[in-house]
Design a binder for this molecule. Structure first.
Ligand code: NAP
Length: 335
């Protein structure tokens, strides 16, 4: 089984030392997924003083099942890959702060990065790699049974459903990957999808269709979740016939995609695409000089190609651009 629960970092989830907040960083990286961690490794190797501020370690990868397309690993669980990333970042002594960034403001030539915990960091450049937040179903019962049958993280919770009946909602790669992982534990795995065609890669579709434990419930949406102390059933509705029916369940995994934190981007004043992603050029430069962005939160990444390798590559490029900005502006003797 994966080491999903072993993630450990130089993290400070309460009270950050003054030493960390009083410095002027060459770059503050917001986000601790593959884009942010890759940016940190490149920035540190460029000799930039670097810090990562992130709500969680690993982003979507930490919630992913088997990863089979990241260079160097034939097959590795998402959380295990995150542990590898983190080990790599730690090697370069980049601190990782667990906190949520509320705003970034220009302060003369520098930037101030404000967090939910009330801390303030000063930076010459900022790299935004916050990814996206998982969508919720927004149906009655979802919050009540969150952690009591409803889950948003298959690798974290799949082992809890050994011998049980579960469902995954969604038709993309995340739903497919979660469903396949769940077949290693559950006796039956339903996929509830609102259309009659999956969005997931063909590779996944083939695996789903030949797995005897998986049954796809097409053209159907979740209307409500019900149970006692634990989730017991989902109330479903067919999109075409409007027929309402019950599905007895022990677990329901919500995998219906994710959205970028648009409000944060607006507060910072970044130029955004119509659907709320940060506009960047090929060097990951945003509309604000000195602020770079990378990974799932940028408009450059195709919506249907959110790959770890793409995020990691963009993170490296963002660090490269931050380095060039700093050298151009401050030269080599800025400390
Ligand atoms: P996604 O591709 O956006 O798919 C979301 C799925 O959820 C779609 O099938 C969508 O239905 C459905 N959906 C959306 N909102 C819904 C709602 N309110 N109610 C019911 N169903 C809803 O998201 P994802 O699967 O999380 O993938 C995100 C990105 O990560 C993609 O680029 C994907 O390729 C990548 N990813 C890659 C891998 C891998 O390569 N191993 C693994 C995981 C994710 P419709 O189809 O009708 O729109």
């Amino acid at each position: 089984m994966s080491s999903a629960f072993k993630i450990s970092v130089t993290k400070m989830d309460f009270g950050v030392s003054e030493e960390l907040t009083s410095k002027v960083y060459d770059t503050v990286i917001i986000g601790g997924g593959p884009a942010g961690m890759s940016a940190a490794i490149y920035a540190a190797r460029y000799g930039l003083s670097t810090i990562i501020i992130t709500e969680e370690i690993g982003g979507q990868v930490a919630k992913s099942g088997w990863v089979e397309n990241y260079l160097g690993y034939t097959r590795i669980m998402g959380p295990d890959l995150v542990n590898k990333f983190e080990e790599h970042v730690k090697y370069y002594n980049v601190p990782i702060i667990i906190d949520s960034v509320e705003n970034v403001e220009r302060d003369g030539d520098l930037f101030k990065v404000y967090t939910l915990n009330g801390d303030e960091y000063t930076a010459r450049t900022v790299i935004i790699a916050v990814g996206e937040k998982k969508r919720k179903l927004n149906v009655p019962g979802e919050d009540t049974y969150n952690g009591r049958g409803v889950s948003y993280c298959a690798p974290c919770d799949a082992p809890l459903f050994k011998g049980k009946v579960v469902a995954v909602v969604g038709g993309g790669d995340s739903a497919a990957s979660a469903a396949l992982l769940l077949t290693e534990y559950a006796t039956k795995v339903y996929i509830i999808h609102r259309r009659n065609q999956l969005r997931a890669q063909k590779y996944y579709q083939d695996l789903l269709l030949k797995n005897p434990k998986i049954e796809i419930i097409w053209n159907t949406v979740v209307k409500e979740l019900q149970g006692d102390k634990l989730l017991r059933k989902a109330i479903l509705q067919r999109v075409d016939t409007k027929e309402v029916f019950e599905l007895p369940l022990d677990g329901l995994f919500v995998e219906i995609g994710a959205e970028p934190p648009v409000e944060l981007f607006k507060r910072i004043g970044l130029a955004l695409s119509q659907d709320g992603y940060i506009k960047v050029n090929h060097l990951m430069e945003t509309s604000i000089p000195g602020i770079y962005a990378a990974g799932d939160c940028v408009d450059l990444t195709p919506r249907d190609f959110r790959q770890i390798v793409v995020a990691a590559g963009q993170g490296a490029l963002a660090a490269y651009s931050a380095y060039n900005y700093i050298i151009r502006k401050y030269g080599f003797n800025r400390r």
